[in-house]
Design a protein around this ligand. Structure first.
Ligand code: GDP
Length: 302
C-alpha cells in the first residue's frame, strides 16, 4: 500500500498521475486540515475537497479549488444581498460542503469524509490529518492575519514574519495507515502550511522513520512553483531551496526528487539524504504527471 501526504495544489497534481498507475484500492491519502474553518455557514475543508474532487475526476484543475464547470448562482445572489463571500464557493461545491457540515453533526470529520468519498465512487482512502479544529495565523508586517485573509483578501502580498499554528491530535487512521504502508510519498506541497502540520502530529515522524519515505520538492531554484511557500519558509528561517525542504524532512526522508534545474544541489543533498532523483518535476499536463509518478514508484522499488 502507498500513502500520500497532501495539501491542496501540488500534490493533487501528482495524484492525477499516481491514480493512473496505482490501483486506487492500494492508495491512501492523508490530507492537511490546518486551514479548515466555517465560511458562509458551512464547514470548509479546502484541501480535503480538492483531493476528493481530484480522485473523482471533478476538480477544477485551473484553480485547484472547487468543481470543474461549476455555477455560482448562490455566490452571486449573496453578493446582491450585500453579503459577499470571502471564499467564492460554486453551487456543486457548496453541496459537498453542506453535506459535510450535515454529516459532522453525527460523525467525526474522518467518518464524514469517508462517507463522502464512498458516495463519490472513490476507492482510495482519504484521511483528514486531524478531527480537531485548528488555528493558523500568519504574522505579517501589517499585523496578525487569518490564513484565508492573507491568501485571498491580501493576495499573499504582506511581508511574512512568522507562521504559527495550534497543536492537534492525529485522526484515528493516520498512524495506522502510515505503519501499514510500503512507502509514503510526500507530494510537492507547501512544506510549512501543508506538510509540517501533518509531520508535527504526535507519532507521525516515528512512524515515517520505519517506512520508505520519498518527497518531491515544491521548490525549484530559490522559489516555489506557485503560492506563498517561499515567503513562509523564509519567515521560519528555512533556506528557500530543495536543500531547505530536505533539511525539514531529513529525520525520516529516504529519497528526494528534485527538478532538473536543481541538479547542482545533488552533492549537498546527498550528504543528508540517501538517494536523490533528478527529473522534470513541473506537472503541466497528464503525461508529465504520470511520468513523475512512474519515476517515484521506480525510486521506491529500487
Ligand atoms: P495549497 O494547499 O493550495 O497550499 O497547496 P499545496 O500545499 O498542495 O501545494 C502548494 C505547493 O505546490 C507550492 O509550494 C508549489 O511550489 C508546489 N507546486 C505546484 N505545482 C507544482 C508542480 O507542478 N511541480 C512542483 N515541483 N511543485 C509544484
Amino acid at each position: 500500500m502507498i500513502t500520500v501526504l497532501s495539501g491542496g495544489t501540488g500534490t493533487p497534481k501528482l495524484l492525477q498521475g499516481i491514480k493512473e498507475i496505482v490501483d486506487s484500492k492500494d492508495l491512501s491519502i492523508i490530507v492537511n486540515t490546518l486551514e479548515n474553518d466555517y465560511f458562509s455557514g458551512v464547514y470548509v475543508s479546502a484541501d480535503i475537497d480538492t483531493v476528493l474532487y481530484t480522485m473523482a475526476d471533478m476538480i477544477n484543475d485551473e484553480t485547484w479549488y472547487g468543481v470543474k464547470n461549476d455555477t455560482f448562482v448562490t455566490n452571486e445572489r449573496l453578493a446582491e444581498l450585500s453579503s459577499p463571500e470571502l471564499l467564492r464557493i460554486g453551487d456543486i461545491d457548496r453541496a459537498t460542503k453542506i453535506q459535510k457540515t450535515m454529516l459532522m453533526q453525527d460523525h467525526s470529520l474522518e467518518e464524514s469524509v469517508d462517507i463522502q468519498r464512498r458516495q463519490m465512487g472513490i476507492k482510495s482512502k482519504i484521511i483528514p490529518m486531524s478531527n480537531e479544529n485548528s488555528q493558523i495565523k500568519i504574522i505579517t508586517d501589517i499585523g496578525e492575519l487569518e490564513f484565508h485573509d492573507f491568501l485571498i483578501k491580501y493576495a499573499s502580498q504582506p511581508e511574512v514574519l512568522d507562521v504559527v499554528f495550534s497543536d492537534v491530535s492525529p485522526a484515528e487512521g493516520v498512524i495506522d495507515t502510515i505503519k501499514k504502508s510500503d512507502a509514503v510519498i510526500i507530494g510537492p506541497s507547501n512544506p510549512i502550511t501543508s506538510i509540517l502540520p501533518i509531520i508535527s502530529l504526535e507519532g507521525v515522524k516515528e512512524a515515517l522513520k520505519d517506512t520508505c519515505v520519498i518527497a518531491v520538492s515544491p521548490i525549484i531554484g530559490n522559489d516555489s512553483v506557485s503560492g506563498p511557500a517561499s515567503k513562509f519558509m523564509k519567515a521560519l528561517g528555512i533556506e528557500v531551496s530543495s536543500l531547505g525542504v530536505a533539511e525539514l524532512y531529513k529525520d525520516f526522508l529516504d529519497i528526494m526528487v528534485i527538478d532538473n534545474k536543481d541538479e547542482n544541489l545533488e552533492k549537498d543533498l546527498g550528504k543528508i539524504i540517501n538517494k536523490v532523483i533528478i527529473t522534470n518535476t513541473i506537472m503541466n499536463d497528464l503525461d508529465a504527471k504520470i511520468n513523475l509518478a512512474e519515476i517515484i514508484l521506480d525510486g521506491i522499488l529500487q
